[in-house]
Ligand binder design. Structure first.
Ligand code: NAD
Length: 260
């Protein structure tokens, strides 16, 4: 019988692999024997993370919103390694705000990175995976892809779209041997939370990250999130929710007094 430990991909690409959840997913895939390519906008961090991993890890600078660049990266990895087993479209940005606080730049940023970034990764990897007749695509959405995150309209919109894209693609990819999953974490302790709720006064001047730490003593770590993500991949889950009860936190954050 297939066990989760039998999941041993050989070549994986993780976008947003220099930090947070992406970095931990890359580490987890690496632990399972995969060569991992940490693809990130931040070349310096990606390189340093790949150096830490050592053998079977490399770094690539890419802006996921640039379709040509993503395609070139994926093609070059396949040309070098002869295959691709896991494509993790994980890079994302937290773009928040109430509708009246938003302008076109907010929408463009969220759409370009969170949605087009995932589409670009899917479009670049899919032909290789279908040709092989095997492989996995893991797209990182969010709990905000399943329920609305208050005051984060562009984020919620793009993450819902990533869930839709992933579940719809899963159906058509299955007959070609390709597995598609979508990761939906609640709050995870990463630098991305520092971007949440751009208006500093939204929560009495205290960062959302600090408040989540207070509310959730067992704050979801990127390590745990990555383990669940890769276990979910191994057992071919369609949707991989992590920390689903965190949605209570969204509400509670609003009512807390300022934190020093
Ligand atoms: P993070 O900020 O630690 O990591 C995001 C990485 O993406 C960074 O290394 C950044 O340089 C990279 N990146 C940003 N824009 C890019 C671009 N245009 N091209 C390439 N790389 C780019 O954040 P994280 O929390 O690890 O976020 C990873 C994913 O998880 C995101 O899609 C995010 O929306 C999602 N997520 C995060 C949380 C959370 O609470 N942290 C919850 C749910 C979902």
């Amino acid at each position: 019988m297939f066990s989760r430990n039998d999941f041993r991909p050989k070549v994986s690409i993780v976008t947003g692999g220099a930090s947070g959840i992406g970095l931990e997913i890359a580490r987890e895939l690496h632990r399972r024997g995969s060569h991992v390519v940490l693809a990130d906008l931040d070349e310096v961090k990606a390189k340093s993370a790949a150096d830490d991993l050592g053998a079977r890890a490399s770094a690539a600078q890419v802006d996921v919103s640039d379709a040509e660049a993503v395609r070139a990266l994926v093609d070059s990895v396949v040309a070098e390694h002869g295959r691709l087993d896991v494509m993790v479209n994980n890079a994302g940005v937290a773009v928040g705000g109430l509708l009246e606080e938003l302008d076109q730049r907010h929408w463009d940023k969220a759409l370009d990175v969170n949605l087009r970034g995932v589409i670009n990764g899917v479009m670049a990897a899919y032909p290789h995976l279908t040709r092989q007749g095997s492989g996995h695509i893991l797209n990182t959405a969010s709990l905000a892809g399943l329920i609305p995150a208050p005051a984060m309209l562009p984020y919620t919109t793009t993450k819902h779209a990533v869930v839709g894209l992933s579940t719809a693609l899963r159906a058509e990819a299955a007959s070609l041997g390709v597995k598609v999953s979508v990761l939906c974490p609640g709050f995870v302790d990463t630098p991305l939370l520092d971007e949440v709720y751009a208006a500093p006064d939204s929560f009495g001047g205290s960062s959302v990250r600090n408040r989540v730490r207070l509310l959730q003593p067992k704050f979801l770590t990127p390590e745990l999130t990555a383990q669940r993500a890769v276990d979910g991949l191994a057992s071919n889950k369609a949707v991989i929710p992590v920390g689903v009860f965190a949605h209570m936190t969204w509400r509670a954050l609003r009512y807390l007094p300022p934190v020093a």
